[in-house]
Write a protein that binds this ligand. Structure first.
Ligand SMILES: Cc1ncc(COP(=O)(O)O)c(C=O)c1O
Length: 394
């Protein structure tokens, strides 16, 4: 069933690789490195891309195809490619689209490993990145040179949950003829569709909300056919392909994305509202709290606020450690987007590789705590956070 007018939930469930002769209901795992042909002519045509026959699982595979087709429908994209991790999707996009001497313009708040790619890896091929401040949009024009190739942004950002105005970013890219790339990992296509706002490419870490249960690592890039063609050509020869098993898990998980994101978002809004009124909390950042600096933009471009909250404890790093040590139910782990609520301290973990100055520039102070709000009952999530706050001495 592939009706163009299907709703999100239906496409997420009913986009399926064609049924085999066994007539299975649930798509099987295609654990095959290569694929066979009836004759030499058919094989020649496959290699010449004159048909859509599979060749080799580094290039494509029925399981990765299903995931890609589904994500294209959910994001409204023309084409895509699935990778072994979110970082493989991020790196492959830059490596495929940028040449030596090109520049990237990126929002200052990006995931820690993406920052490492910008500052340590791409410069080895003479690709430099300039950082733009999302609180000073007027300053962006000055950062563009004739070498600038693309604009890269996350919204909401990790871990500051800042919201970048997608309409502004699209008009900016049009004015300067830049490829517009959005990491949509925090929102997922259920809550935000950057392509509707004019993005050329959308990147995901499937490891987060798409899996939703913290089991597998994977990534995906979707967007304009011509750009995906270049990314595919790069990936086909360099090998960051997703495994069929991980693609199968992620595709099955997408079937429940909508119901999960509804609950993640309502739990997170309830927790954020509770934290905002707590005497031991200095400040809370959540896109759908009226106090968020970009509340108006967030509510225009997202349908709900998503599952991530960042908040600042009153006091020092010591109080943050006391808080984390007192947590009983929530997990202390690096991932996000799990059915289990997760509490982390970005300054000492995911963003520890940034210098103090770099951390301060993106608002990651020592007293910042990030919560990935899970699917446990909201009363139990609040009760755990509440008892940990009571235990931290302020
Ligand atoms: C916003 C964002 N982009 C990309 C990544 C990288 O994804 P992966 O861990 O799947 O490589 C992450 C991981 O946390 C992330 O939070």
């Amino acid at each position: 069933m592939t009706d163009k007018n299907n709703k999100f939930e239906t496409d997420a469930i009913r986009t399926q690789f064609s049924t085999s002769a066994a007539k299975e209901h649930s798509v099987p795992l295609y654990l095959s490195s290569s694929f066979i042909y009836d004759d030499a002519e058919r094989m020649r045509a496959a290699f010449a891309a004159e048909n859509n026959d599979f060749i080799y699982s580094r290039f494509s595979n029925p399981n990765s195809n299903e995931l890609v087709n589904k994500m294209c429908k959910l994001e409204g994209a023309e084409a895509g490619y699935a990778t072994a991790s979110g970082m493989a999707a991020v790196f492959s996009s830059f490596a495929a689209l940028c040449n030596s001497g090109d520049e990237i313009l990126a929002c200052r708040s990006v995931f820690g490993s993406t920052h490492t790619v910008f500052t340590k890896i791409l410069p080895r091929w003479n690709i430099e990145t300039r950082y733009a401040d999302i609180d000073d949009l007027a300053s962006w024009d000055k950062l563009v040179t004739e070498k600038t190739k693309l604009l890269y942004l996350e919204t909401p950002t990790n871990p500051g949950v800042e919201v970048v105005d997608l309409k502004f970013a699209y008009n900016f890219c049009k004015r300067h003829d830049l490829i517009f790339v959005v990491d949509n990992c925090f929102a997922t296509p259920y809550l935000q569709k950057p392509i509707r706002f004019g993005a050329d490419l959308v990147i995901h870490s499937g490891t987060k909300w798409i899996d939703g249960q913290g089991r597998v690592v994977g990534g995906i890039i979707v967007g304009r056919q011509n750009l995906i063609d270049d990314i595919y050509a790069f990936c086909r020869s360099t090998g960051p392909a997703i495994s069929p098993f991980n693609a199968w898990v992620l595709s099955k998980s997408l079937e429940t994305l909508a119901v999960r994101m509804d609950r993640h978002s309502s739990n997170a809004l309830a927790l954020a509202t509770y934290l905002e009124a707590h005497p031991k909390v200095e400040r809370v950042l959540y896109p759908f709290l009226k106090s968020h600096p970009n509340y108006a933009i967030a509510t225009q471009q997202m349908s709900q606020g998503g599952g991530i909250i960042s908040f600042f404890l009153k006091g020092s790093l010591h109080n943050g450690q006391q808080f984390l040590n007192a947590i009983q139910m929530c997990s202390l782990t690096a991932n996000i987007g799990d059915s289990r609520s997760i509490v982390t301290h970005p300054a000492s973990t995911t963003h520890a590789k940034l210098s103090i100055e770099e951390r301060m520039a993106v608002g990651i102070s020592d007293n910042m705590i990030r919560v990935s709000c899970g699917l446990e009952h909201i009363d139990d999530i609040i009760a755990d956070i509440d008892q940990a706050l009571q235990a931290s001495s302020l």
